[in-house]
Design a binder for this molecule. Structure first.
Ligand SMILES: [Fe+2]
Ligand SMILES: [Fe+2]
Length: 214
């Protein structure tokens, strides 16, 4: 198989195209059915609807960041094998993005206006982690996914009991993110030092707080 060699300018244009599509484009096509589809819409009070929309907006913003993280990482990953292994995870993140956006629409709400900011930040972090070497970039992915799992567990507790649609989406996401963490570790991801993990937790706390409202 021949691989085409792209110039840095080609690559820049391709990255920009992906970024604009993720942040401003139409809802992406999911490859798997939306797990919420088999559930009926539950009766939610106005307050509950606002609360769930806030949570789903945070999750959508997280998935925008996941797209950026995997794209940034793919750009700088040294081994083609690492890139290939992370592609499946990136595709599943695309499903998550689509499901969260669909749920937000059903709730009569919108995505975060700060998505361009989340995308830029996560892309930069992904690319920098990639520059540090594959074992660190995979370690960064694994730690991110682990933190997302914890965060999803918290959201699952905060959902109104009757909201089976949102719960089905978050449950499936949690399963997938767990597998992404395992895949990144199996591909050679290193355990990140605690100060880095703490900084990541603080960053995601700031991000989730802002995306809930904005
Ligand atoms: Fe995800
Ligand atoms: Fe993931």
């Amino acid at each position: 198989m021949t691989t085409r060699n792209y110039t840095p300018f080609d690559q820049l244009l391709m990255q920009l195209d992906k970024a604009v599509r993720t942040v401003f484009g139409a809802v992406p096509n999911a490859q798997r059915p939306n797990p919420a589809d088999i559930h009926h819409d539950a009766e939610l009070s106005a307050e509950e609807q606002r609360q769930v929309a806030g949570l789903m907006r945070v999750n959508h913003a997280g998935e925008v960041s996941a797209q950026a993280l995997y794209q940034g990482q793919a750009l700088t990953a040294k081994l083609a094998e690492v890139r290939g292994k992370m592609e499946r995870a990136a595709q599943e993140e695309n499903d998550h993005l689509a499901w969260c956006e669909q749920r937000l629409t059903e709730l009569g709400s919108r995505t975060s206006v700060l998505n361009p900011l989340w995308y830029t930040g996560a892309f930069t972090l992904g690319a920098l982690a990639g520059l540090a070497g594959d074992k660190w970039s995979l370690g960064f992915v694994a730690e991110t996914e682990r933190q997302v799992v914890k965060h999803l567990e918290d959201h699952l507790k905060r959902l109104p009991v009757q909201d089976n649609k949102s719960r089905a989406i978050l449950d499936r996401m949690k399963e997938d993110e767990n597998q992404h963490a395992t895949a990144a570790l199996q591909a050679g991801g290193a355990e990140l030092p605690e100060p880095v993990r703490r900084l990541m937790r603080l960053t995601s706390k700031a991000m989730t707080t802002a995306a809930y409202y904005l």
